[in-house]
Design a protein around this ligand. Structure first.
Ligand code: SF4
Length: 315
């Protein structure tokens, strides 16, 4: 897999594009995740023609349709920013983005809980930045996150798992849009989907089983929607423990009594929060190799993203 194209608010990469000429560098995003993704930077305020430095913006009015105004003067730039944003998302269509990382709290780039001021100047954290809203409306299935939320290990792992999954899905789409490729993709992702949403896994299984009743276009539309909906649901410790027990079922006949006991204990310790997910998963991978278990060897769940990111060391 080559580098994954991901959109990002430009200031998070350390570029001096903020209103005060500063940046909001996130070293994990630039230096660590940056080894695996190709960033497509977007700074709405600079690209829309406002200079550096510039006056600050704020959202005002109806939280559902707030106006983007200059904080000090109240001059309204909503229409200008929305027109630019619509043009920019059209251009981004060509970049095949598998995700977008937004700068939190920004009236242009913030994904959620951006301050919206009422006519008395009282803020409520219920808004969405103008560009972020246009982007999410245009690409409803594309995984999105904010820099601040990515400090949470669970949200970070979930987001990165989603972008890697979306990329693998896109690769299947690029190769050949035939049902056989989707069935293979679905089979490899079964355990991963089980960890995110057993309900979606069941619905997707039904869909894959009835491909003959749909055109390939209808199938793709429904499958992609279910896939990205499922992946947006966070796995819980209980769901992971269920998947791990399910994996153990494949070794039932191979494991000695001592090995079985050890595996059960490790999964239980994970379930109780005493050890991170990486421990039982590493042990499972050891048995997959030892017993050359063909179905499990192909399961993305056991290796969903590069080990170097250490995402499962903290969940
Ligand atoms: S938050 Fe958005 S608009 Fe503000 S500097 Fe960063 S990229 Fe530009």
């Amino acid at each position: 897999m080559g580098k994954i194209p991901i959109g990002i608010s430009t200031c998070l990469l350390g570029e001096n594009v903020r209103y005060n000429g500063g940046h909001a560098l996130d070293r994990f995003l630039r230096d660590t995740l940056g080894k695996y993704v190709e960033y497509v930077p977007v700074c709405p305020e600079v690209e829309c023609g406002f200079g550096i430095p510039r006056e600050t913006f704020r959202l005002m009015g109806d939280p559902k349709q707030p106006r983007l105004v200059i904080s000090l003067t109240g001059v309204d730039h909503t229409d200008r920013m929305e027109a630019w944003a619509r043009k920019r998302v059209d251009e981004l269509q060509n970049d095949d983005l598998c995700g977008f990382i937004f700068k939190s709290d920004s009236p242009s780039s913030g994904m959620e809980r951006v301050k919206v001021y009422d006519d008395k100047g009282v803020p409520r954290k219920i808004g969405v930045g103008v560009f972020a809203r246009v982007f999410m409306e245009h690409f409803p299935l594309t995984p999105v996150e904010e820099d601040g939320r990515l400090n949470d290990p669970l949200l970070r792992e979930n987001f990165i798992e989603r972008i890697f999954t979306y990329r693998r899905y896109r690769e299947v789409m690029e190769e050949k849009k035939d049902v056989g490729h989707f069935v293979e993709f679905h089979t490899r992702h079964k355990l991963l989907l089980m960890a995110h949403s057993p309900k979606h896994l069941k619905q997707m299984g039904n869909l894959v089983a009835h491909t003959k009743q749909l055109s390939i276009k209808e199938f793709i539309t429904q499958y992609e929607k279910l896939l990205m909906e499922a992946m947006s649901l966070k796995p819980s410790t209980t769901k992971h423990a269920n998947v791990l027990h399910h994996i153990m079922g494949y070794f039932k006949k191979d494991l000695s009594a001592g090995e079985k006991q050890e595996l059960l204990e490790v999964v239980d310790e994970y379930r109780k929060g005493l050890i991170p997910l990486i421990v039982p998963v590493t042990l499972m991978n050891h048995y997959v190799r030892k017993y050359d278990e063909a179905y499990l060897k192909e399961q993305v769940y056991l290796n969903p993203h590069p080990l170097e990111l250490q995402l499962r060391n903290h969940v």
